[in-house]
Design a protein around this ligand. Sequence first.
Ligand code: ATP
Ligand code: MG
Ligand code: MG
Length: 365
Amino acid sequence: GRTVGILGGGQLARMLALAGLPLGVRAVVLEPDAQAPARFCAEHLHAPYTDAAGLDRLAACDAVTLEFENVPVEALAALQGRVPVRPGGHVLHLSKHRAREKAALREAGARTAPFVPLEAPGDLAGALAAVGGEGLLKTSELGYDGKGQARVRSDADLHAAWAELGGVPCILEGLVPFVRELSLAVARSSRGEVAFGGLIENVHRNGVLRASTFVPGRAANEAAARDIARRVAEAWGLEGLLTLEFFELADGTLLVNEVAPRVHNSGHLTQDGGNVSQFEAQLRAVLDLPLVDFAPTLPSGMVNVLGWPDGQEPDWDAVLRAPGARLHLYGKAHRAGRKVGHVNVTAPDAAILAERMAHVEGLIP
Ligand code: ATP
Ligand code: MG
Ligand code: MG
């Protein structure tokens, strides 16, 4: 029996812990929130991420992984040299900061949107023109689900948006005329063994992932996506799992939008699509167990369930009756807009998957 330590006890930690159970892997989560979603399926160290006793317990695990990129440097320093932390400090340093991440992606040979780092007011002059006249201003750190972002169409917009975001370090990205958004997870062990998930197609609404789909054999540019993911994993010395988000242009070119050093919301459909899930893949990679590709074998989809305004709760019985649907709830309060669960959908072919997804989307407003 092995034990994995997880920094963070949210839904990703919960699903990592669940994936460990059949393998005899026990999870220990360090998480300050008493109501954290992982608390029922893992040993819950209810303490701040920098708590010395909590970090000692994690250091006694076989390996430590994480469910969010903003791990305090103090926590990493306290674990350093005592237990493998996967992904390691170098990957986290890059992936928690958009400007560093984009520069490192380009160094690894990946393409990205045009961007300009904005650190001081003087950097704003000429930035919008440099990225093509229309763009997205994003805080370099701490943004997720489209928070900490503003669309800018003029220099006046840019100045106002930068002040609005607090004048903190940002990047200005050119607006990408993508035809699709895709994601791909890559797992790599400390021995350098590499495995891939499927190339998943994602649809966002208001900057938040709404739905994902994967149909085996359908993605035309899977080989290109894997090539980019392998380069990034090797250049960054990945141990563990990371997920690349891509913009696909009309000519098929893939730009990397951003990287998550962990399992990803789009990969939740791997729980029910047959094959090893992204969660099991992350555990295998961090514990140095054999890796296998973890693309679903079935046409698979996922619809996110966000917190609902009072009186607008989804009809769960209808969701539970929906053909091919599996409900996953995280045990979180339904604060409006918060990710509280998802519904996975599988089907025998792409056409039936599309019908079933439309049905489930209709049940999840
Ligand atoms: P998360 O971490 O939850 O995926 P995030 O807050 O880090 O989100 P991004 O992934 O950078 O945000 O952006 C959210 C969404 O906004 C993207 O998935 C895409 O739909 C849109 N978007 C972001 N950057 C651009 C861009 N440069 N051009 C066009 N659309 C963009
Ligand atoms: Mg992000
Ligand atoms: Mg994103």
